[in-house]
Write a protein that binds this ligand. Structure first.
Ligand code: ADP
Ligand code: MG
Length: 243
């Protein structure tokens, strides 16, 4: 079953404006990208810096709009979805970014960071929210005591676990992870990979992993693509390109 899919995505960014603010040159970033993410499977995207990987992630999360092409959640375009269904899409497709310190609000305690999506979307009482937060935090390999701490009181690996707990607490179906291990020490990287695999087994999550590290993608993914100047192509691991 295909959970999330994009079809023939094109995206350019304006790079030069004239005196009147009119765009006179554009940088084509994505040039006809199509991708399918199946239930419980992991897709990997490798590729050089600047090749368009993060732009694609943002489009799949609906944080950016493409110039052309479509994004479908369970077969329905997110651009003409009814409000209720769109809300389900937003809950079920979550992001984990490279630098959790930027994506975690420094003024919020872990409990409030992880609980935010629950509070906004569901009418649950405080005790149930607390229970679900604790459960997710534990599932992500953190001690219960972290819930009363602020992001700056955690290590890089712990912060990334909090970012993952934030998706787990919502029982998300897809996690789009953009360079999730790149800012971490090598020893912590392998722990994170194990956590991703463990959570996938428990919750049947689908992942899109973006990384410039072929070893990370190899450890985690069922299918692998390479982004090259805004185009995706299949990568066969046996062709020795990366090893
Ligand atoms: P990657 O994640 O593969 O490193 P990105 O998708 O972040 O690549 O960026 C692709 C290209 O688009 C880069 O040249 C980048 O400078 C440019 N770009 C990304 N976001 C913007 C933006 N908001 N405005 C203008 N250019 C952008
Ligand atoms: Mg990027």
């Amino acid at each position: 079953m295909i959970i999330l899919e994009c079809k023939n995505i094109y995206k350019s960014y304006p790079i030069k404006k004239n005196f009147f603010g009119k765009v006179i040159r554009e940088l084509p970033v994505l040039k006809g990208v199509s991708l399918k993410i199946e239930k419980g499977k992991s897709v990997g995207i490798l590729g050089d810096s600047g090749s368009g990987k993060t732009t694609l992630a943002k489009i799949l999360l609906d944080l950016e709009k493409p110039d052309r092409g479509d994004v479908l959640y369970k077969g329905v375009s997110i651009y003409d979805m009814k409000k209720e269904k769109y809300k389900v899409f937003r809950l079920n497709v979550q992001a984990v970014f490279q630098n959790p310190y930027n994506s975690l609000n420094p003024r919020m305690k872990v409990i409030d960071i992880v609980a935010e999506g629950l509070k906004i979307n569901f009418k649950l009482d405080r005790e149930i929210i607390r229970k679900r937060v604790l459960e997710s935090v534990r599932r992500c390999g953190l001690p219960a005591s972290v819930i009363d701490l602020y992001p700056h009181q955690l290590s890089g690996g712990q912060r990334q676990r909090v970012a993952i707990a934030r998706a787990i607490v919502l029982k998300s179906e897809v996690i789009i992870a953009d360079e999730p291990t790149s800012a971490l020490d090598v020893s912590v990287q392998s722990q994170m990979i194990n956590l991703f695999l463990e959570l996938q087994e428990i919750f049947l999550i689908s992942y899109l992993f973006i990384s410039h590290n072929p070893a990370v993608v190899d450890a985690l993914c069922d299918s692998v693509y390479e982004m090259n100047e805004g185009k995706l192509r299949d990568v066969a691991f046996s062709d020795n390109k990366f090893f």
